[in-house]
Design a binder for this molecule. Structure first.
Ligand code: C5P
Length: 233
């Protein structure tokens, strides 16, 4: 079955405190997003990668595609929220990437995704309609009151962190986002939730490795660089 990737990279990266959004920061002379794209281009059974980029960064992305000769990639403009960006990416999928196909959603800022996990996610998505990577929680999750006091805390062992990649049949992701776009596009950031809410699809969850972590802060860029260095040596 055909497999395509939607790679939301439409954020403007406020948390790093850098002027360049983190997905375009250079690690050993190559922008972070180029490593992520390369991880998909290496997988022979992945057909294409739709990268969703903020309008203001479109030139940066075009430059990355040309300089690093990314052949499976096309870039489309993003939206004001993560959900809107992903929907734009899904709408840009072409002929043969639709009916019967699986769509993998990943983050531009998680460059160390491997083929083994992508295969597990794609096949589970085909079988169950939706699938996503999870990790154990490192911290306990608590809810606070608006005055800044503890409201309640969750039992850590019962919960998981939802990571990327996630996979969907084209039918599930397009129906979920179509319906979401007609009602409340602002609900959260969890695509698996949309599949449940709008299609009644319970995602299959698959434990991923620690290297799935999301490059979020400035120090993560240095950590990512050191992992790449180790892999090259
Ligand atoms: O903000 P957060 O770290 O959850 O963003 C995860 C991914 O979603 C990033 O790759 C970011 O570029 C993307 N995103 C997007 N469009 C937005 C906001 C975030 O594609 N409007």
């Amino acid at each position: 079955f055909p497999v395509s990737v939607v790679l939301p990279a439409g954020g403007t990266g406020e948390r790093t405190g850098l002027r360049t959004p983190k997905q375009f920061c250079s690690l050993l002379g190559r922008p972070l997003i180029s490593y992520t794209v390369q991880a998909f281009e290496r997988v022979s059974w992945i057909q294409s990668v739709v990268v969703v980029v903020a309008e203001e960064n479109m030139d940066l992305m075009t430059d990355v595609v040309q300089r690093f000769r990314h052949t499976k990639v096309r870039a489309v403009p993003g939206g004001s929220t993560r959900h809107r960006s992903i929907w734009n990416g899904v709408l840009a999928l072409g002929e043969g990437e639709g009916e019967g196909a699986v769509v993998i959603v990943h983050d531009a800022v998680r460059p160390f995704v491997d083929e083994d996990l992508l295969y597990k996610i794609a096949t589970a998505a085909k079988e169950h309609g939706a699938a996503g990577a999870i990790r154990p929680l490192v911290s306990t999750v608590i809810a606070t009151t608006s005055e800044g006091y503890l409201d309640h805390s969750l039992e850590r062992a019962k919960y998981r962190a939802s990571e990327m990649p996630q996979g969907f049949t084209y039918d599930v992701i397009s129906r979920a986002y179509q319906r979401c776009s007609e009602s409340d596009f602002e609900f959260g950031t969890e695509c698996l939730h949309l599949a449940l809410q709008y299609c009644g699809t319970n995602a299959k969850l698959i434990q991923g490795p620690p290297t799935l972590w999301k490059v979020t802060y400035k120090r993560d860029l240095a950590a990512a660089e050191s992992i790449i260095k180790d892999a090259l040596s």
